[in-house]
Structures are given as structure tokens and as C-alpha cells.
Design a binder for this molecule. Structure first.
Ligand SMILES: [Zn+2]
Length: 275
């Protein structure tokens, strides 16, 4: 690991953050200390650029919403928000959109609409914030398989929040859609990491992003690189919940080859998203 390599990576601005949640206003701002810290949406690109990130991906989340989803309108609204933010940020932002297995017909229509819009990313799917449980749905739902299979036919990638309470359902989702490239979010603590590793071994169509909890444990990336290989690990932060500078420095500070760091920080995302 060289200091020069790290400085070059950051100043080159090549880093792709695969896991963010852009926002238009406070109601969509996911930062946990929002009453003390808020950046205007216009400030997002420069804030990320300071960490060396030039491209950011992911879905908009209606952070006020926790309960049952009474209609698909709220889902469509945050998807529209993602399209609006793409207008604003241009190619710096790779929008992701939501689907909901309780609304099969509308979700299939949404896949068609987003395909026409040139959107390539489904998710991050965040079931607990969109009332999947209230509707009796989970990752194992047949409707979800149908929706994601359709998305896969259009070459879309599916990013999903890791739901520890749905281990079998998660494997059903990934296993039932072998033609779909999945990216699980959040390595978690060591027990969760071990589960991810088992799944990555089992399903060649599965990848893992390093956003959220896990990366602060020194050696996580070395462990992942040695067990699943660095081709299936994507850089992500969960911005603005997490501070992107910490994540970039954590990757640069791990004891893995520089080529692995490049794959993780931008190479794998470029390949998977075709950008
Ligand atoms: Zn997230």
C-alpha cells in the first residue's frame, strides 16, 4: 500500500459509490442527525467529491414512511424523485427505483417505465421502510420473483437491503432469479459476514456492497478478498447516513493489493452497471 496510490485515487475522483440515498428535501434526507446536520441537495456532489467520489448510485427513500403502503403512489413518487434528481445531477447519479411485491401489476409497469427511461438499477430495496411486512410480503414472495425476473430481462441490477430475519427468503429471491445480478447491502458484524460469504459461494449471481455496518472492523476487506475474491465486492457508503470519507479511507487503508482496491472502488461497479 502506498501513500501515493491513495492520494491518486482520491484526487482522480474515479470512485463510484454504489450505495447512496439522494434526496430533494428534508423529508427524504436519511441522515440520522438531521436536526443538527443537513446539506442542501445541491451540495451532495461536491461533498462526495471531497472523498474522491464522482458517481453515486441508489434509490430515494421517503424517510417519513414506516407503516403499511396503502397504494403504489408513494412508491412511484420516490421513483419520480430519482428521475428528477438525475435531471439535476446528470451522469454523476445512477438512479435506482423501488418495486413492491404487494403491487405486482404496478411494479411490472414500473419496470417497463424505468426501462424506457434507461434506468438500470432496482433498489436499494428497503422492505422495512415500505411496509412489506404489513402486506404479508417478503423476499421469498412469488410476485417479487416475477418482478425481478422481468427486470433481469432488461439487464437491470438488483440492490437489496440485507434482512437478517429473512435468511431462507433471501436465498429464494437470489436463487429463483439466476439471470439477475444481485448486490446485497451491508457486510454487518462477523456473524453476518459469514452468512454473506456462504451465500456468495452458493450464488454466482450475487455480489456484496460494503456500505453501512462492517467496514470499521479492520481486516474485513482482506477477509472478503480472500474468501469471495475482490471481483464481487462493490464500494458503497449509505450516504448521507454515513460519512463517505471514512469508507474511502478504510478501503485505502486495508492490506490488500492495489488492484483489488481499484476493482472495489470503481472497477466492479463500472463493469456491472456498464458505465
Ligand atoms: Zn441503504
Amino acid at each position: 500500500m502506498s501513500r501515493k496510490f491513495s492520494q491518486n485515487i482520491v484526487s482522480s475522483g474515479k470512485i463510484i459509490d454504489f450505495h447512496t440515498h439522494p434526496y430533494r428535501h428534508r423529508g427524504e434526507f436519511m441522515g440520522m442527525y438531521g436536526e443538527h446536520f443537513y446539506l442542501e441537495p445541491e451540495q451532495m456532489p461536491s461533498d462526495l467529491a471531497e472523498a474522491g467520489i464522482s458517481v453515486f448510485c441508489g434509490s430515494v427513500i421517503d424517510s417519513d414512511h414506516r407503516g403499511a403502503m396503502e397504494s403504489f403512489d408513494r412508491v412511484r413518487e420516490v421513483n419520480d424523485a430519482a428521475l428528477q434528481l438525475r435531471e439535476k445531477f446528470g451522469s454523476a447519479y445512477v438512479p435506482g427505483f423501488h418495486v413492491h411485491p404487494a403491487f405486482l401489476k404496478q411494479s411490472l409497469e414500473e419496470v417497463e417505465r424505468m426501462h424506457r427511461e434507461g434506468v438500470k438499477l432496482v433498489g436499494e430495496l428497503v422492505p422495512y421502510l415500505q411496509g412489506w411486512q404489513h402486506a404479508g410480503c417478503d423476499y421469498g414472495s412469488e410476485e417479487l420473483t416475477e418482478i425481478l425476473t422481468r427486470a433481469g430481462e432488461y439487464g437491470m441490477i438488483v440492490s437489496y437491503h440485507t434482512m437478517p430475519e429473512w435468511p431462507e427468503q433471501t436465498e429464494m429471491m437470489v436463487g429463483n432469479c439466476p439471470g439477475v445480478t444481485f448486490v446485497a447491502a451491508h457486510p454487518g458484524q462477523k456473524a453476518d459476514y459469514l452468512l454473506h460469504v456462504e451465500r456468495l459461494k452458493k450464488f454466482p449471481n450475487l455480489n456484496l456492497d460494503i456500505s453501512g455496518t462492517g467496514l470499521f472492523r479492520y481486516g474485513l476487506l482482506a477477509a472478503l478478498a480472500q474468501t469471495v475474491g475482490s471481483d464481487r465486492i462493490l464500494f458503497g457508503t449509505d450516504y448521507p447516513i454515513c460519512n463517505p470519507r471514512m469508507y474511502v479511507q478504510a478501503v485505502l487503508g486495508e492490506h490488500i493489493p492495489d488492484e483489488d482496491k481499484e476493482k472495489i472502488l470503481f472497477g466492479n461497479a463500472r463493469r456491472i452497471l456498464g458505465i
